[in-house]
Unconditional design. Structure first.
Length: 378
């Protein structure tokens, strides 16, 4: 055999040996991954859609994204702050952008399909927009957190005014049943037709009203206690749990089994109640988080049991996935930043009927869509 032929044969055998070795290594890695996955907790998996939503018309721009919900047609509703937006985009004498209406509605593919909002006949528009939620009849509720914002407002889906609860500029503390103060968020129980409001930046309570008439029903503070507005001082993660909510009480979300989940933001906890205010349990999330706290908003997964909670953590700039049964953290989505899939102040979360996740960022002034990809190992 010639030297050249021996060299070619040796090279060929070497390639075969390398290929076999790589195949064995890949098989071992696959087996190891499968073994690890077999024992891993299964959690929802997502992929960011970097092109959602589509560009707005009319040279519109938006401010802090401060509320989000989804309706029965899977249209995504966004609430943003319109004050001071133009100042961020244009200097004296410059021409750049027009501020979009406060309420923007998108379909699942990201097209803008409706918009409205602002002062009108018969009601006082908020000084500082904060929080939007829909009821089972398709009506739109909004909160607000300006110093004189002491009401929640109810509109039709096309922006026609229906109801206000509270008198603008009037408040008498957390046991005032006629007025709110800087109410943040809410949800409506369809069967009872009652609206639950997290109230909020001024008060320290959950309060419930008849969703049609605005008639007072009940209210409570942390652990179901009577609310107390005594200054609790700075949050100390090593101290015993506070017996009252801290400001802000930042969400009040009803689950499909009639439990109310309340975001006690600066206490880094979720508290769970029955509809009558009976305390059920609590869970602490990123308990060492100081300042603005870790628990900004929650949404439930779309499986029948609502097994998972998605939690917007605006201080740590991520979305946490929790077990609803135990309130324990299972996984996180994203890191701090401005690129697709990163977050800058995630303020609100919601899911559509397909399980897709939408995250509104207050500092990032945008909504991002995360496409649901099924369950996978944590």
């Amino acid at each position: 055999m010639s030297t050249r032929r021996r060299r070619e044969l040796f090279t060929g055998l070497s390639f075969v040996a390398v290929a076999v070795a790589l195949g064995v290594t890949a098989t071992l890695l696959d087996q190891r991954a499968a073994a690890q996955s077999e024992g891993a907790v299964q959690v929802p998996m997502f992929e960011v859609d970097p092109l959602w939503p589509k560009p707005l018309p009319n040279n519109w721009t938006v401010g802090n994204a401060i509320g989000i919900d989804v309706d029965s047609s899977d249209r995504i509703w966004m609430f943003h702050r319109t004050t001071g937006v133009a100042d961020n985009f244009q200097g004296p004498g410059a021409s750049c952008c027009t501020v979009a209406p406060a309420v923007l509605v998108f379909n699942q593919t990201g097209d803008l399909v409706s918009s409205w909002g602002g002062p009108g006949e018969g009601f006082t528009w908020p000084d500082s927009n904060h929080g939007l939620w829909l009821d089972h009849k398709g009506n739109v509720w909004i909160g607000s957190n300006g110093d004189d914002d002491t009401q929640v407002l109810k509109f039709t889906s096309t922006g026609n005014y229906l109801l206000n609860i509270g008198t603008q500029g009037v408040h008498h503390g957390s046991n005032d049943i006629a007025n709110l103060w800087k109410a943040t968020e809410g949800s409506v129980h369809a069967a009872d037709d009652e609206v639950y409001v997290s109230d909020g930046y001024g008060n320290r309570r959950v309060i419930v009203y008849d969703a049609e008439t605005g008639e007072y029903r009940r209210h409570w503070g942390a652990y179901g206690n009577e609310p107390d507005d005594t200054d609790l001082g700075n949050y100390d993660p090593d101290a015993p749990p506070a017996q009252q909510f801290r400001n802000p009480v930042h969400c009040a979300e009803l689950s499909s089994d009639d439990l109310l989940y309340v975001c006690d933001r600066q206490n880094d906890r979720i508290q769970v109640f029955q509809k009558d205010g009976t305390f059920v349990e609590e869970g602490f999330i990123a308990k060492q988080t100081l300042g603005s706290g870790s628990v900004w908003d929650i949404a439930f997964s779309r499986d029948p049991q609502q097994q998972f909670i998605y939690l917007a953590d605006g201080s740590n700039h991520n979305v946490r996935i929790l077990s609803r049964d135990t309130l324990e953290e299972l996984a996180t989505i994203g890191t701090g930043g401005r690129r697709p899939g990163q977050f800058y102040g995630p303020h609100n979360v919601i899911t559509d009927s397909d399980g897709n996740l939408y995250v509104a960022e207050t500092f990032g002034a945008r909504i991002q869509k995360f496409v649901y990809k099924g369950l996978g190992p944590s």
